[in-house]
Design a binder for this molecule. Sequence first.
Ligand code: ZN
Length: 495
Amino acid sequence: MKNQRRIVATTLALTTLGAGLTVPSALAAPPASPGAPGIGDKVWPELGNGGYDVLDQQLAFRFNDKLTDYTASTTLTGRATHGLSRFDLDLLGPEVTAVRVNGLRATWKSTPQGELVITPKRAVPKNARFVVKVDVRSKVTGVTDPAIAFPPGLIQYDDWIQAINQPSGARRMLAVSDHPAQKAPATISITGPARLNSIANGKLIRTTPIGKTVTRVFREDRKIATELLQIGVGPFTVVHAKGPHGMDLRYAVPTARLAEIKPQLKTFDESVRFMEQRLGRFPGVRAGAYVAPVGGELETQGLTLMSADAMTKEGFEQNGTDAVVLHEIAHEWFGNSVSPEQWSDLWLNEGHAVFYEGEWSAAKGRMSQSERMRSTYVEQGNQLLVNGPIAEPDPAKWPGENASTRPYSSAAYGGGALVLYALQQTVGTKTFNQIERTWVREHANGLGSTEEFIATASKVAKTDLGPFLRSWLYGTKLPAMPGHPDWKAAPATRQ
Ligand SMILES: [Zn+2]
């Protein structure tokens, strides 16, 4: 496991005191400086924050009766990686009402770029643990027609609340350090009207009714990236089932549609088993879904967001929802347990999810993996032109508002799956499976980068796969598919 990038000073700075007398500067008061506004992500440099590691996050939401407004507080425990005169959290939209650092009121400034710049009363010394608490209030984005695009973050639809935070919507809900490289265990508290239920990632540890409200507190002991947070409120029923080796399968399903949706829930159990056969044990203790009217199919950790319409018998029969469920469950390994170190590593999430979706469909007798990959190959030449290389999506190619989601392109999805298929063709299925198992085991509950994946593949295959994999991942020209010299990409037609 690696945490955020850090520059380690290897030389001991010396301070000269008078003629010829030098003492290590460590004996003087260590200097404090501002933490960087981002962790240095190649795609979205403003996300996450420098100068500290996140050790724990407590997130508390309180909704009004109509679910149109909320207050939220973040209590984040961090450890300074250098002396901090000031530091940032990520916040875009909600109004800040108070900030405290180690219990003392701090001053703050919100920038339009989504930085909350916090100046504590006293500088935080290097290596010191500190606690920052940020209170905010905000309106929830109301959605009247789910078919119309809505912004990331929390949304309200009728009596429902749900969150779609990938990649950077969490900072629109409340103050966070909004990058997977700073993932940390989380306690999530939701206070809402007593007539409605509530759910979040992690285990329900406390329910406290007070008057017309109820507070439920959930604890996720595993590290969780802020993009994978789920906050649900609505008229739903929570049902539990026992999965493989007794793991908890938990589903929040609209009460009015429970009978209609319940038969399809077993696909989550099947998907976990299918993936465990290939990759080894599920990376957490809990899987399942929050089935909501708007939905959106998102791999929020241990609690996949699914739309109620997709979860019906018709959704499964006509739209192949079972493959979507498999895709989201595959993300519990690729993305949730092993999170991208940089957003340019997104292909490691989506490429794997699409690849195993193909394995699932082939196992169900629908379409062979090679048939599927062949049609992806035909399109991929153009994807490289439009989006840039698979592991190096080029922000300069994105016009205006598309910049917020553009790495979520076919290059990362189909292109990422093609890379894995090419690898499997080259090393053989047995070695490929060993690479995959080694990857998810060695980076479990942590981070993984493209270069680390290349290193794992080379180590397991006992051959340097660097030149081969880099030609697929960083090239702008589609390499020939090993074993399929007849595959040809479509002629380039730049959009
Ligand atoms: Zn996905």
